[in-house]
Ligand binder design. Structure first.
Ligand SMILES: Cc1cc2nc3c(=O)[nH]c(=O)nc-3n(C[C@H](O)[C@H](O)[C@H](O)COP(=O)(O)OP(=O)(O)OC[C@H]3O[C@@H](n4cnc5c(N)ncnc54)[C@H](O)[C@@H]3O)c2cc1C
Ligand SMILES: NC(=O)c1ccc[n+]([C@@H]2O[C@H](COP(=O)([O-])OP(=O)(O)OC[C@H]3O[C@@H](n4cnc5c(N)ncnc54)[C@H](OP(=O)(O)O)[C@@H]3O)[C@@H](O)[C@H]2O)c1
Length: 448
């Protein structure tokens, strides 16, 4: 029997398990043998980044902590844009809920579908993948993994490997002159956990993307004395409330004083580096490693999934993400169908050409609206090649655009809007408390 390994049981790995479970449960599809599947997950539960972990640095097993999410994190995009077509929010919660749930609510939703899929026995929890290699002679992969509970290391053979280990966990951490003598905290967003730590402090937030905008907003919301945002390619440009200002990038620090390229300076107590993440696969052999940047047209991957140099290896969720859970689903369905012989891949040369053309199309995108349409079209393209239930990417693209407009109108108020579900058609009700006043992010309070 064909053996398939999945590395990671976050949203992408769970999509892959769901894809195989759907084929398993669909008796109308004949003549296809479901492969033997093992999913390796180094955490003690599934959910990936959506599991909160108070730890930073190393976890209880001495492994790098995977978690990059923090307390009081709310969905930054409308939940309607990531809703599973085969498992709506109303299915899960029994009633319509607001469009921007906090992390525990989304974690509950992801795990709800996984629990219903009868796939838990396929996951080896507390098990880190240490090494993946490929033998040309046998046409098989060897995975070396370590079970932290049994304290045993195992070698297993597989015909296919699907890497779903995420790419927002290994920090990109630049250094600026004066960091080594700065008398305060310097952390990356990956190690940021609780905004109240910075209450009363003057905080410097570096970066101009989602982490920067969200962590700056949180520090302000939970009582920082001031928040100064510093970025190298122009400001975020939101209409910030009093207490948050934007500056160009710093040149250097002198003690507690941050100096900026416009000649101004300010006193700071702490630095939070919201400078993104690196794709990092230390467990993959050199010839199997994905060398990629955070973009929509991911390098080396045919259709954004199939590793072009070795088609028995696949990577899920490696794109920069407007679309998330539903895109991971269609990628997983595509990977499944390649493995099960339902999709035939073109020649290596044609794959390379597709990758080059896809990257060139991304390079031609003029703005964020174009980027949204690009990822929507990509998602639709994969959906149409599989039996994944059709959903309206046009509606989702439009929802993303409305959301962007709302953010421009009010960066602190955009989460108070409701959006339309592509699954049920319901427009989400306004949440009972506006986001700026909602200091408790628990599931009970959100649903209460
Ligand atoms: C701070 C932050 C906030 C975000 N907020 C949102 C949001 O509001 N909405 C949204 O849609 N998306 C959000 N995202 C995007 C996020 O990438 C996706 O929602 C999603 O978690 C990606 O799923 P994944 O399975 O690809 O990766 P991950 O969630 O990273 O899961 C990867 C899994 O692989 C496991 N793993 C890694 N290495 C190994 C190994 N060697 N052996 C075994 N297991 C391993 C990890 O433990 C983890 O469980 C956010 C990301 C960050 C960083
Ligand atoms: N739910 C939420 O509210 C929430 C919160 C946080 C994050 N997220 C998610 O997390 C993911 C990652 O977002 P992210 O913002 O961490 O990463 P990101 O989107 O990759 O942005 C990285 C930022 O770092 C800046 N940067 C990189 N190197 C730098 C350097 N040497 N000096 C100064 N600035 C530098 C980049 O600036 P340039 O443009 O100049 O390169 C960019 O602004 C996204 O999917 C996002 O949606 C969600």
């Amino acid at each position: 029997m064909t053996r398939v390994a999945i590395i990671g049981a976050g949203p992408s790995g769970l999509s892959q398990l769901r894809a195989f479970a759907t084929a398993r449960d669909n008796e109308s599809v004949e003549g296809t043998e479901i492969p033997d599947i093992v999913c390796y997950e180094k955490q003690s539960d599934w959910g990936g980044l959506w599991n909160y972990n108070w730890r930073t640095g190393l976890d209880e097993n001495g492994e790098p902590v995977h978690a990059s999410m923090y307390r009081y994190l709310w969905s930054n995009g409308p939940k309607e844009c990531l809703e599973f077509i085969d498992y709506s929010f109303e299915d899960h919660f029994g009633r319509p809920i607001g469009s921007f749930p906090p992390r525990p609510v989304l974690a509950d939703y992801i795990k709800g579908r996984a629990e219903k899929s009868n796939i838990r026995e396929l996951v080896r929890f507390n098990t880190s993948v240490r090494d993946v290699s490929f033998d040309q002679a046998t046409d098989q992969f060897t995975i070396v993994s370590h079970d932290h509970v049994a304290q045993s290391t195992t070698n297993d053979l597989f015909d296919y490997v699907i890497v779903a280990s995420g790419h927002f966990s290994f920090p990109n951490m630049p250094e600026y002159p004066g960091y080594d003598t700065f008398p305060g905290r310097i952390i990356h967003a990956h190690d940021y956990r609780d905004a109240t730590e910075f209450s009363g402090q003057n905080v410097l937030v570096m970066g101009a993307s989602y982490s920067a905008e969200d962590i700056a907003s949180q520090c302000w919301k939970y009582g920082a004395a001031s928040v100064t945002c510093t970025s190298r390619n122009g400001p975020m440009g939101f209409d910030w409330p009093e207490g948050i200002t934007e500056k160009p990038i710093i040149t250097h620090l002198e003690g507690r004083t941050a100096h900026f390229t416009d000649g101004t300076s300010t006193e700071i107590d702490a630095i939070i580096s919201c400078t993104g993440y690196k794709h990092h696969f230390p467990f993959m052999a050199d010839d199997l490693k994905l060398h990629a940047t955070n973009r929509l047209a991911t390098e080396m991957l045919y259709r954004g999934v199939i590793f072009q140099p070795n088609n028995k290896l696949m990577y899920l969720g490696m794109q920069d993400q407007w679309y998330t859970f539903n895109m991971f689903d269609v990628q997983a369905w595509y990977a499944r169908d390649v493995i099960m012989g339902r999709i035939t891949l073109p020649s290596q040369g044609e794959q390379a050409q597709w990758i080059a053309d896809f990257a060139a199309s991304e390079d031609d995108i003029a703005d964020d609206y174009g980027a949204i349409d690009f990822q929507g079209a990509y998602t639709r393209d994969l959906m149409e090649q599989t039996d994944y239930p059709n959903f309206d990417t046009g509606l989702i693209d439009q929802t993303f655009k409305n959301w962007k407009k709302h953010k421009k109108e009010s960066i602190m108020g955009y989460r108070d809007n409701g959006h339309q579900s592509p699954v049920t058609g319901t427009v989400a009700p306004a949440h009972h408390t506006s986001w700026v006043e909602a200091l408790d992010d628990s599931l009970e309070t959100f649903l209460g």
